[in-house]
Design a binder for this molecule. Sequence first.
Ligand code: FES
Length: 86
Amino acid sequence: MSSLPYNSTNSNNNYKEEFTNSNNVEVQDKVFLVKGRTLTRTCPHQGCTLNYKTEQNMFVCPCHNSKFNLDGNCISGPACPSNIRV
Ligand code: FES
């Protein structure tokens, strides 16, 4: 397997993450595709755009740090108990 295609330049307020297909998750503008399942990137808390964190293998909200697993379930943060399945 190749290394994870995760490139991140993270400088606090101005960060950009670039992704290509990984083994498990495809990151698109509005959604994540996880093994054929579509998950929204819109955080159910206040609508920020979720990011995929390869090192944690979960989706994390940059606004208030809600975290979602690859099934789309909220596992911590103020967005719980909402999920991101569509
Ligand atoms: S908008 Fe995502 S946790 Fe608040």
